[in-house]
Design a protein around this ligand. Structure first.
Ligand code: ADP
Ligand code: MG
Length: 591
């Protein structure tokens, strides 16, 4: 007799589970996909121990027929590929392996239409009566309990919960017609009720971030790209805020990520990732979704084409950012041209009194320092006309500001707050505080990126619990990249900090480490550092109202030229305004 035997169904399912059900969030994802495929309108999720102890999903979808209860837990059994070509899949599921895989590594029960079935680590029960009359109730208990090797790879409760939360958020983004709620340990954690996609995005990413974003929608014969491009200032040290959906499926896709990176290339510092929510629609014929068991990757028939199309679509829409920042600017011109024309029509068509009035308040408004409307509180003489910076000025004046790397020669400082410089064909008005703040911020970010550190004369110590020690191990590399040197004592009860990033003081640095190991949330790491950087930059910058010497102004201009994204200050206001000679000629009706 030969030595080769077929594997038992249980082993086969456990192997499949190894690929599909890596952690609780993956089991949750599969079950949610089933609810959505079953046309549910309300999906309620309950978790215990972040899904490690229990995941319950209740939906009001089509439900399962009595005969299908015993079928759904069979491997490769699906209701979704009924004669459909594998290359034209329109449902989330199609492989028919999620439920048997989950059943192989947990205690699973499925109840629908008054009946239920359960599988305890592959042991199938008889069909039993159930109170669930409408929709479906799926309960997954004791995930990996009998597989200690898999249990070891589970992360802290906080990390597992945040993975579950982001899976639900992603389904809520792409299915804004479905209500989702999440309760964890009897706490209401999420509630996406009938609301617009914008409201859902605002509650996930923050309303400020969404307000700063631009909407993009472009298509050609094959591909539709739409979504929200977040402001460069909202870029992240991780790809967590980059959500890419291809035909309604959240995917991790290198081609699209590269397209995003290329489009934002000149707008964000290296090492950071642009944040964006992109919905890409493509004829299913042109993609293969059957690439990985978790269905989280896709393969495009013509990846280069898709990449180029997405990059160009994003690039074109990123240009809107300048307009947003500058949309409420205005220029005031003293001009009683009409009257003058009638009086002196034979001599001069141009204004003879050249008083181009720009007072301090106007300048403030120009730099968005004042929340006043451009027209409120104007105390100019009656004959003053307002020429808003309309489309004509916006495209001419502020085009390609990011490419500007020469800011002219300083002419003077006005109101001890703005520097005026002159170039061949234009003048620039610079907000001295805003640019210096930006220069300081970018310098600190650079220091942080290269992990510039300071060594402590007396190492700091933090007492920690076992869970905190695991969190530390998870984020050790990130902390090190920022400039921390931290040793975990051999008893795993103390952290010894020997070096901290050069931008932080010792107390903040220690608090910071505590926060990371306490919450186990990686996301907070870059955000907290950013907040700190913004504070430091603001306090160390040349203030408004401070007289500057010519030499200081020249140094500032040189630093400006070397700083990326200098056209925008840390508070998203423009940091300088350029007026070309041609525009001045238009103002004075010389052309
Ligand atoms: P797939 O989703 O790839 O078909 P699954 O193992 O996830 O495979 O599910 C098997 C089958 O069980 C599905 O095809 C579907 O018919 C049925 N099913 C699972 N969950 C639900 C649900 N919540 N509502 C209705 N039917 C479901
Ligand atoms: Mg499925």
């Amino acid at each position: 007799m030969g030595k080769i035997k077929l594997l038992s169904a249980q082993i086969v399912n456990q192997i499949a589970a190894g690929e599909i059900i890596e952690r609780p969030y993956a089991a949750l994802k599969e079950v949610l996909e089933n609810s959505i495929d079953a046309n549910a309108r309300n999906v309620n999720i309950f978790l215990k121990h972040s899904g490690k102890a229990k995941i319950v999903v209740e939906d009001d979808g089509d439900g399962l027929l009595y005969d299908d209860l015993s079928m759904c837990i069979q491997r490769h059994a699906t209701s979704k590929l009924n004669g459909t070509n594998l290359f034209e899949i329109r449902s989330y599921g199609f492989r028919g392996e999620a439920l048997p895989s989950i059943a192989a590594v947990s205690d699973l029960s499925i109840e629908s239409n008054g009946f239920g079935i359960s599988v305890n680590f592959s042991e199938i029960s008889d069909i039993f009566p159930s109170k669930i009359a409408r929709g479906t109730l799926v309960t997954i208990k004791n995930l990996f309990n009998r597989l200690p090797a898999r249990l070891k790879f589970l992360k802290s409760d906080t990390a597992e919960l945040s993975a579950c939360i982001s899976i639900i958020e992603n389904f809520a983004i792409i299915n804004d017609n479905i209500n989702f709620t999440l309760r964890s340990e009897d706490r209401n954690v999420l509630s996406f009720q009938s609301e617009s996609i914008e409201n859902r995005l605002a509650s996930i990413f923050g309303s400020e971030i969404l307000e700063r974003s631009v909407y993009c929608e472009e298509s050609d014969d094959t591909v539709l790209v739409k979504g929200y491009l977040f402001h460069p200032i909202d870029s992240k040290y991780s790809q967590d805020f980059q959500r890419i959906f291809v035909n309604g499926r959240l995917v991790k896709d290198k081609i699209i990520s590269m397209a995003i990176r290329d489009a934002y290339r000149d707008l964000i510092p290296s090492g950071r990732f642009a944040a964006a929510v992109l919905f890409i629609k493509i004829d299913p014929f042109y993609i293969d979704v059957n690439v990985s068991p978790t269905k989280s990757e896709v393969r495009f028939r013509d990846p280069k084409y898709v990449q180029k199309m997405v990059t160009n679509a994003i690039k074109r829409n990123l240009k809107k950012f300048d307009r947003i920042v500058l949309s409420d600017g205005g220029i005031f011109v003293s001009n009683d041209l009409n009257e003058r024309n009638t009086e002196d029509s034979d001599t001069c068509l141009e204004p003879t009194v050249i008083d181009y009035l720009v007072d301090q308040d106007t300048l403030k408004t120009q730099f968005h320092n004042s929340s006043n409307s451009i027209l409120s509180g104007i105390s100019f003489e009656e004959n003053i006309k307002t020429i808003p910076i309309n489309s004509e000025f916006q495209s001419k004046t502020f085009e390609n500001l990011d490419e500007v790397n020469f800011f002219g020669t300083p002419v003077c400082q006005i109101f001890n707050s703005y520097i005026i410089t002159e170039m061949d064909d234009s003048i620039i008005i610079i907000d001295q505080h805003a640019v210096h703040e930006k220069i300081t911020q970018m310098r600190i970010i650079k220091d942080l990126e290269i992990g510039r550190k300071q060594y402590l004369i007396t190492p700091g110590k933090i007492k920690i619990s076992e869970e905190q020690s695991r969190n530390f191990e998870e984020y050790e590399a990130d902390l090190q990249n920022c400039g921390f040197d931290i040793i975990l004592a051999s008893n795993r009860k103390v952290l010894i900090i020997t070096a901290i990033p050069s931008v932080l003081d010792e107390r903040t640095a220690t608090e910071f480490v505590k926060e990371v190991i306490e919450t186990g949330e990686k996301l907070k790491l870059p955000d907290a550092v950013r907040r700190k950087i913004a504070d430091i930059a603001c306090h160390n910058s040349i203030r408004f109202g401070r007289k500057m010497s010519m030499i200081e102004m020249e140094v500032l201009l040189r630093q400006m030229a070397e700083t990326d994204s200098i056209h925008q200050c840390n508070h998203h206001r423009p940091s300088f305004v350029k007026i070309t000679k041609a525009q001045m000629e238009t103002m004075f009706h010389r052309r």
